[in-house]
Design a protein around this ligand. Structure first.
Ligand SMILES: [Zn+2]
Length: 337
């Protein structure tokens, strides 16, 4: 192989397997320090060592030679709650999804990304975020009213979207802002269309407002939430429709129309000053007492399904993928898709 070993690939492969550097070193019969040097690029493994590493990690050898597009740690919510190992594993899987998108891009099957970049600084007012969301709607030619299908919309603009069982609440939806094909990962275990749409819009908010610039702060998460609300429920359209009192019949109707959760509607009503904080609190308590925080009434059906990455995996070209990507992860995508 005339290509060079790519240091970052070893880390991704190791995190896919959920191994520590020490565990991998034991498996391969070398020192943890050597693994550390291979991953940092301070030293390069011999071809025979690369073979041993690939076998221990259950990845094809060419996986360790492919170019790696790097980005930051990713937009994860609740960083403190999320175990580092779980986050790294999820992130490594997203890298594989990115590889699939790059491969699809080379075959002209996925557009290069066209997500507007509208930098929003820390400390920005809510109006600035509302404006950013409105600009994306305009840029993407969305008509007034609810967004039809958020996942389709993202895929149509070069974003690779996948669903993965992210397990409990440890890892929520997250995204990685690769410049060519950003990756959005949605939880497969949240069987709730309304919440899943909001998650997708939240990740879009990160890609639009934050990109490679800022991440890992609570305010950044709050901004993405505000963006999602504004994107899915434009203030000038929904303001008049939102109730000022706890009117469940009205809220159910709005949930069906806008395809957003009751929780999101209530919060929007409060944030836009349509509902007083006291009324909002009464509503949230009533919903909680009925168990609606876990399962809301007025189900909207199955969550929106990603198509581009799963379709590509099923296609003829998909077979080529297994020559350089870990089959076990690709199978995982297929099961969920
Ligand atoms: Zn986020």
């Amino acid at each position: 192989m005339d290509q060079q070993f790519v240091a970052g690939r070893l880390r991704v492969a190791r995190e896919l397997g959920g191994l520590t550097q020490a565990a991998l070193a034991r498996e391969v019969g070398i020192t943890p320090a050597a693994i550390s040097q291979f991953e940092s690029g301070a030293a390069r493994p011999s071809p025979s060592t690369v073979n041993l590493l690939a076998r221990a990690l259950d990845v094809p050898v060419p996986f360790l030679y492919r170019e790696l597009v790097e980005t930051h740690e990713g937009f994860f919510r609740s960083l403190r709650r999320t175990a580092v190992a779980a986050r790294r594993h999820a992130r490594a899987v997203a890298h594989v999804a990115h590889d699939v998108a790059v491969h699809a891009g080379e075959h002209g099957r996925i557009y290069v990304q066209a997500v507007p970049q509208i930098g929003v600084p820390l400390g920005a007012s809510r109006d600035v975020i509302e404006e950013a969301a409105a600009r994306v709607r305009t840029r993407w030619d969305l008509s007034r009213g609810p967004v039809g299908n958020v996942v389709d919309l993202l895929e149509g603009h070069g974003v690779a979207v996948i669903r993965l069982p992210l397990g409990t609440a440890a890892v929520d939806a997250f995204s990685l802002p690769f410049v060519d094909h950003p990756v959005v990962v949605l939880g497969a275990d949240k069987d709730d269309r309304a919440r899943s749409r909001f998650d997708a819009a939240h990740e879009l908010g990160h890609l639009v407002m934050h990109g490679e610039q800022i991440w890992g702060l609570k305010e950044v998460e709050d901004q993405a939430h505000a963006f999602a609300a504004a994107f899915l429920m434009p203030a000038d359209e929904i303001w008049e429709q939102l109730p000022t009192a706890v009117d469940w019949a009205r809220l159910f109707e709005l949930k069906r129309f806008w395809q957003v959760s009751l929780a999101a509607l209530l919060r929007r009503a409060r944030d836009l000053g349509r509902m007083s904080p006291a009324t909002y609190l009464t509503a949230v308590k009533a919903a909680s007492a009925r168990g609606w925080r876990r399962v809301e009434p007025v189900p909207l059906g199955a969550p929106e399904a990603p198509r581009l990455v799963p379709d590509h995996l099923r296609s003829e070209e998909g077979h080529e993928l297994s020559s350089f990507l870990p089959v076990r992860v690709l199978d995982g995508f297929n099961e969920i898709a």
